[in-house]
Design a protein around this ligand. Structure first.
Ligand code: SF4
Length: 231
């Protein structure tokens, strides 16, 4: 598996749990607003054997792991890494995914406690927003269903990008999650320009105002709470 970098301890990636963050290299999407653009290429990071990865993160003063990327599920040996971390005594194991590789995600479920699920957009805009030729929506939908039916914590969230998205789309995503049986918190985070984005691709995007989405706080379907986290 290709590993881009490791953060020994993070207090912000999993609520109330200090975790070691493992960034895998490579992604099968190409979102224009990606804040980790340098690890999108499939040859980014360094190829590492599973025992070496476990060895390199052992002994950190964290209570678990957050596996992120890139897109971790493009690596077929991801379930083996999760199992190895679990066998090594890991506490909480969280995965960040956009859900486009449900076959791998399904094999990961026995080893996971929670998943931050990156809901990119409404179904009709998936290929456009993620800038891929083959529409990933049917695979993303399968992943959502797998998670909702599992015992793993399903934590949907969307990065809200000014000039690219609108409030009505967030409402439609919430309605869709409700129809699929989700109950819980749906997190919206604001897009922020950062050193990790590609300047040439973000010129038309804006950092959005939270006030655009405030009216949605009272219009969520039953069982879903909208959380706006402006950083
Ligand atoms: S799915 Fe995530 S890592 Fe991949 S390009 Fe989009 S924002 Fe970047």
């Amino acid at each position: 598996m290709r590993i881009a970098t490791v953060i020994d301890i993070s207090l912000v990636d999993v609520p109330k749990i200090p975790v070691t963050v493992i960034f895998t290299g490579g992604c099968n999407m190409d979102c224009g607003y990606c804040q980790n653009a340098e690890i999108i290429p499939l040859d980014s990071g360094t190829e590492m054997a599973i025992p070496d990865i476990v060895e390199s993160v052992r002994g950190n003063l964290s209570d678990g792991y957050c596996i992120t990327g890139g897109e971790p599920t493009i690596h077929k040996d991801l379930p083996l890494l999760l199992k190895a971390l679990r066998d090594d005594g890991a506490g909480h194991i969280n995965l960040n995914t956009q859900g486009s590789v449900p076959d791998v995600l399904e094999k990961c479920l026995p080893y996971l406690d929670s998943v931050w699920f990156d809901m990119k957009t409404i179904p009709e805009r998936y290929a456009e927003i993620t800038r891929v030729k083959s529409d990933p929506w049917s695979r993303v939908l399968r992943s959502i269903k797998l998670l909702i039916e599992s015992d793993v914590g399903f934590w949907p969230r969307t990065t809200y990008v000014g000039q690219l998205m609108n409030a009505d789309e967030i409402q439609r995503i919430a309605n869709l999650l409700h129809e699929l049986g989700f109950q819980g918190e749906y997190l919206i985070q604001n897009y922020k320009k950062s050193t990790g984005t590609r300047e040439s691709l973000v010129t038309n995007f804006e950092e959005p105002n939270q006030s655009e989405l405030d009216p949605l706080l009272d219009s969520m379907p039953s069982g879903i709470t909208l959380k706006l986290e402006w950083r």
